[in-house]
Design a binder for this molecule. Structure first.
Ligand SMILES: Nc1nc2c(c(=O)[nH]1)N[C@H]1C(S)=C(S)[C@@H](COP(=O)(O)O)O[C@H]1N2
Ligand SMILES: [Mo]
Length: 197
């Protein structure tokens, strides 16, 4: 059973398809520098920074965190949107609860195996729709889409969702990630067409 969260657009706009987007049935792959390799034996996921307890999970340990399946839309800043993606993963609030977010944390940086980073205010992460995804349509997430683990951010353009995510850093000051330093919008709200900064 999946939870349908595709109605979240009502918080931001009147149409499910954000302005300037076109719907596609394909699921294109967009990566800054190809698909990194990973090894289940040495794969680790770290949580650090402004938390009560810094955590490291092995691949097996991460699989043991309770997960859920959601039906979500996916909006790429280059102009395509894919509706009704079935993603299975651990919600951001679930992970935050395990680490215990400190009161002075206001911002989050996601880190990935290919050196990619992306940032969001903590309040934009503390939503059930922000997930660490390990399955797509009931199958292990394909490596070119970020397997074994990626972030999805259906309320933001998809560059806010790090593929091959390897860690989350809680910050006491805002910082900018890879694309946010290179001209993409820091805020990335698709219904306001916040594409560039
Ligand atoms: N680690 C990492 N994550 C990334 C990227 C990347 O290059 N590296 N590209 C981002 C961009 S610009 C987009 S549009 C989406 C694309 O996800 P997809 O390839 O599954 O469609 O991943 C985002 N996450
Ligand atoms: Mo993108």
């Amino acid at each position: 059973m999946s939870k349908d969260v595709t109605g979240l657009y009502r918080e931001f706009g009147s149409d499910r398809l954000p302005p300037g987007q076109r719907e596609t049935s394909r699921f294109p792959v967009l990566s800054k520098s190809g698909t990194p390799s990973w090894d289940p034996q040495s794969w680790a996921f770290d949580v650090w920074g402004a938390v009560e307890e810094e955590l490291t999970f092995s691949y097996e340990e991460f699989q043991d965190i309770p997960a859920e399946t959601q039906r979500q839309d996916f909006h790429c800043v280059t102009g395509w949107s894919k509706f009704d993606c079935e993603f299975t993963g651990v919600t951001f609030p679930t992970l935050a609860e395990l680490a215990g977010v400190r009161d002075d944390a206001i911002h989050v940086m996601f880190h990935a195996l290919d050196g990619y980073t992306t940032n969001l205010p903590l309040e934009d992460c503390m939503r059930e729709e922000v997930m660490f995804v390990s399955e797509y349509d009931g199958e292990p997430l394909p490596s070119d889409h970020g397997g074994p683990l990626r972030v999805v951010t259906p309320h933001k353009y998809a560059y806010k969702g790090a593929k091959w995510v390897s860690g989350v850093e809680f910050l006491t000051e805002p910082e900018r990630g890879y694309w946010e330093k290179r001209g993409y919008s820091n805020t990335a709200n698709p219904w306001n067409e916040e594409r560039y900064s």
